[in-house]
Design a protein around this ligand. Structure first.
Ligand code: PGA
Length: 250
């Protein structure tokens, strides 16, 4: 079986001033010994400084959103080319907070993903159902529709990451059960044009205490971590859970 390298990604959301950059010196030794790729997505204001702080560490830095156009009259927006220009390697797209707060549709996410790929960024495309959709038994149908609408056409040969983030698990302290995560990741994988090579990561209240169980699931190739990524020690513990995943749980 082809093995996919795991990815542990931190999403700082709208948190972090320049004083937060000491975080990267704490994270660097952990990332150096990690069995996973490590990505941190700070707010746009810190990307350039974070890239400089991470030079030579192997930690990748990403954006949290980009515009679908590469330049133009779009006040307040940032293009994929601009993210790439300041050293980002990835960009989170279609996060449920962007879909809810900014009305982003699957079509918007697809256009942004096309722009990100054209600029040389790896898109981390987020999908996930609401609690009402899960309780109505529609979780797989909703996620399948988001995937169909958000992935660029001809994505078979493209380098992208899918993040499954049930909306009701984000920032709530509730995680989906291991069985539900495993079932959804398998359902996502069977709908991908390039199932063997696409990295599918889980997000939603991932913490040091639950990371090992979630990361040990067959189709879970990593984690997208919000709140717990703000603390270097917690984020480090999640990264270290990747190398523990094959050891028996005691
Ligand atoms: P959380 O956020 O870990 O705080 O639940 C995850 C995310 O929104 O990516």
């Amino acid at each position: 079986m082809m093995s996919r390298r795991k990815l542990i990604a931190g999403n700082w959301k709208m948190n972090g001033l320049s004083g937060a950059l000491g975080y990267f010196s704490e994270l660097a030794p952990v990332a150096a010994g990690a069995s996973a790729d490590v990505l941190v997505c700070p707010p746009a204001t810190l990307i350039h400084a974070a890239v400089q702080a991470c030079a030579g560490t192997g930690i990748r830095v990403g954006g949290q959103d980009c515009h679908a156009q590469d330049h133009g009259a779009h006040t307040g927006d940032i293009s994929a080319a601009m993210l790439r220009d300041c050293g980002a390697s990835h960009v989170i797209l279609g996060h449920s907070e962007r879909r809810a707060d900014h009305g982003e549709t699957d079509g918007d996410v697809r256009a942004k993903a096309v722009a990100a790929l054209a600029a040389g960024l790896v898109p981390v495309i987020c999908v996930g159902e609401t609690l009402a959709e899960r309780e109505a038994g529609r979780a797989v149908e909703v996620v399948a529709r988001q995937l169909a609408g958000s992935l660029p056409e001809n994505s078979a040969i493209l380098d992208l990451v899918i993040a499954y983030e049930p909306v009701w698990a984000i920032g709530t302290g509730r995680t989906a059960s291991a069985a539900d995560v495993a079932a959804m990741h398998a359902a996502i994988r069977e709908r991908l044009p390039n199932p063997l090579t696409t990295c599918i990561i889980y997000g939603g209240s991932v913490k040091p205490g639950n990371a090992r169980e979630l990361l040990s699931l067959a189709d879970v190739d990593g984690a997208l971590v919000g709140g717990a990524s703000l603390d270097a020690a917690d984020f480090s513990a999640i990264i270290e859970a990747v190398s523990l995943e094959n050891e028996p749980l005691r």
